[in-house]
Write a protein that binds this ligand. Sequence first.
Ligand code: WT7
Length: 651
Amino acid sequence: MTDSAKFDTLLVESRVFKPIKEFSKGAHIKSMAAYRKMYNESVRAPAKFWGKVANEFHWFKKWKKVLDWKEPHAKWFVGGTTNISYNCLDRHLTTWRKNKAALVWEGEPGDSRTLTYQELHREVCKFANAMKNVGIKKGDRVIIYMPQTPEAAIAMLACARIGAPHSVVFAGFSANSLKDRILDTEATAVLTADGGFRRGNIVPLKASADEAIAECPSVKSVIVLRRTNNEITMKEGRDHWWHVLMQTASADCPAAKLGSEHPLYILYTSGTTGKPKGIVHTTGGYMCGTYLTSKYVFDLKDEDTYWCTADIGWVTGHSYIIYGPMLNGATSVMYEGAPNHPGPGRFWEIVEKYKINIFYTAPTAIRAFMKWGDEHPNSCDLSSLRLLGTVGEPINPEAWMWYRNVIGKKKCPIVDTWWQTETGTIMITPLPGATPTKPGTATLPFFGVVPDVVTPDGESVGPEGGGLLVVRKPWPAMLRTIWGDDKRYRKQYWSDIKGCYFTGDGARKDKDGYVWIMGRVDDVINIAGHRLGTMEVESALVAHPDVAEAACVGIPHEIKGECIAAFVTMKGENRKNVALEKELGQWVVKEIGAIARPDYMRFSAALPKTRSGKIMRRLLRDIASGSDQVGDTTTLEDVSVLQSLQQYQDE
Ligand code: WT7
């Protein structure tokens, strides 16, 4: 599918799906009137609204003030002390939920484990003590570079318990990416595993960690989970086996009393420059936000089995596998592996096996399922499903309809949820029992969220107008800063449009006020629902000794949404060279990770630039998408560059 076709269907989209009556009857929010009433209260008196939510939790000391806002810095529940691990676990132990499944885990090879709230609490307490025993303390940054196992969840909750901010690094990232994150956080500890399973292969996590840590003097201890049983080397005095530490760790570990603004975690995400940004999330506000969104967006009930297919290396895994569901006392399912291992029906087999009721995934996965064929979902019993969700990128209406018909059998509402690593929680979304949905739009704001679509001067655009997506008021789970770089925080989010948080997305509001996300307006590519800065990939390419210059652009991709096209100028000869394409591809994988490997590469003695030397990415995008016509070239310095690139294509 080409981008323009996608755009056309968006423009003519007029289907509206009213909430399903049966669903609305039992839902937390049953009607648009109920949504509007609560929404209006939430924006008219935010302190009252969020204060009430916070009161559902345990606070060691109650807050004095709900919100202290000095743009661009928010403090929520000022003066209060609490602990999110306590509220995810201990709080349920005095109720009937103590023996309810908290985590239901499926390993890629087919092994499985269930931990009740009581069991999870015990493991978390023991591991928190194990960390203390090797010298990890409140305030220390802890890197989690682990496969998607129960221990990864245990590690996060244990860090939260002792007040050591965690920074989860996606296990698909390379040693180099890991090193950058350790250096930036100045972490004192790394939690990892011998390896992780991916499509039946072993990903050698410990070996990558060793490579990274060799250049990171801040790291004093490494804790290693045994998962794949592959050979690894343990460094005396620095490295400890997880299971050995657990043998002697006490199960008694009272939760630390932490200020509401104590940093809970740092999570790296791509920006427009080469260096990823460490997004900082804190405790009290994030707790209220993830709790409330999980409850209302997924209409979570105690009897639900809920599965978010994300990886804990991304924000979705933080907010909607761990914190949000557990704050609700829900049963959260976690799967370790790939959606097509051992076969393309794996997800649907899991739905059938655990009788999943609520299923939350990404459009890129849905497009892959469509391609793999209906026979896979059709051969499983999916009748337990009652609600479907998506996140990560705009969903094309065709995929939305397939999701609704083939997976949801026309009886499940779909919640298309828009949010970001920075927002911490879902911001724009339907509420499944209330909001009429249209394929391709995330619809309306969640409680307390005041989004707008504006011109570069900050003026609201009228109905049907397109513009920049901003948020006008602070919200509890918003990022607080960029780790170690508050200046960049101000510049990145609070300087483009006066008085607003700028999301970096373009959007359109329709006549019903529904927000249609049109994608990023900056040089950020959304690959399979994950953000990558073009600069990041370019920096990786030019780090290769034979590369002189590189420019990367995002182009449409049938399954991944977007993929990377790289234009490279070599120091030597520049012409088509398959071996070199492969070599540079592997180079990028080593520098960043497989997610960043360009799908398309072209060598050129020069790149199209403006007279002031700026690379004209727009033209590169046109060329890479194979479009016959390229846009306006009047500002191009040397037209012959363009001609040679176009001829390359004809070869
Ligand atoms: C960017 C944020 C939120 C967790 C996963 C990605 C795009 C996200 C949607 C959606 C259209 C979406 C935006 C956003 N995006 N959800 N429902 N519809 N676009 O987190 O890596 O921080 O990326 O993903 O462009 O800015 P992230």
